[in-house]
Design a protein around this ligand. Structure first.
Ligand SMILES: C[S@@+](CC[C@H](N)C(=O)[O-])C[C@H]1O[C@@H](n2cnc3c(N)ncnc32)[C@H](O)[C@@H]1O
Length: 234
């Protein structure tokens, strides 16, 4: 049976390996640099997937914890020297104000976004850092996607910033890294002959593949990173 999750589909897994996102290590390293010194910091990789960023957090001296819904990804993440557990980001099994950093890469758009931001704010200590990377829509909103993917709930960047600020964060940095998404898309096109060929390999259906191409044309996906810190509650 085919998966209905883009990031778990064989064409994506085969090409991206353990980092289940566009931008790979390069974007993560940039985010960790922007997040500041991490030696000894307690960090959550929210939606850690197969654990690629847990290893980078450890490399930066952080004590890393990974949470994800997908049990088979977590088994792969178990090879990294970090604690991982199955959990929904909308209901974090963590006490209030216990973390220095929440890293969340290409996951937020898959979730109940406002609830998850409220949970991130709750578990971060005041002044703690949120490092968020995801897809945003440069064209019209979202569109109909045939699989579960980070494109589906993408909004424009202004809406992202309003939601993050509204959840109790000061925004320090917003950068756009669409060139990394374009590079990943170009690699897929190269391997599958066309964008339609890629989506056909993912969905196994030419009609669904066309639906994805149309949604992509309408929403013009971009890639952003955002660094913020939890406002002190007065
Ligand atoms: C595109 S992958 C990114 C994984 C990882 N952050 C990375 O960059 O390699 C999205 C991940 O989000 C997880 N996920 C989706 N919704 C979730 C939720 N509500 N709670 C926890 N994890 C979730 C999926 O299981 C998947 O591992």
């Amino acid at each position: 049976m085919r998966t209905n999750e883009l990031y778990a589909s064989p064409p994506v897994r085969k090409f991206l390996g353990p980092a289940l996102r566009p931008g790979g290590e390069r974007l993560t390293r940039l985010m960790l640099e922007l997040a500041g010194p991490l030696q000894g910091a307690l960090a959550l990789d929210a939606g850690c997937g197969c654990g690629a960023s847990l290893a980078l957090l450890r490399e930066h001296g952080a004590r890393a914890v990974g949470l994800d819904l997908n049990a088979s990804f977590l088994r792969e993440a178990g090879d990294v020297d970090a604690r991982v557990a199955q959990a929904d980001l909308a209901d974090l099994p963590l006490p209030d104000a216990c973390l220095d950093l929440v890293l969340c890469e290409c996951v937020w758009n898959l979730t109940d976004k406002e609830r998850v931001l409220t949970e991130f704010r709750r578990v971060l200590r005041p002044g703690g850092t949120l490092a968020l990377a995801d897809i945003y829509a440069r064209g019209c909103r979202s569109g109909d996607w045939p699989v579960r993917c980070c494109f589906a709930q993408a909004t424009d960047l202004q809406t992202v910033m309003e939601q993050v600020a509204g959840a109790g964060f000061e925004i320090d940095v917003v950068e756009e890294h669409t060139e990394l998404l374009k590079k990943t898309a170009a690699d897929f096109v190269f391997r599958h002959g066309s964008l339609h060929g890629f989506w056909q390999a993912v969905t196994g259906d030419p009609v669904l593949a066309q639906m994805a191409c149309d949604a992509s044309r309408a929403s013009k996906p971009g890639l952003f990173l955002l660094i913020g810190h939890a406002r002190k509650i007065t």
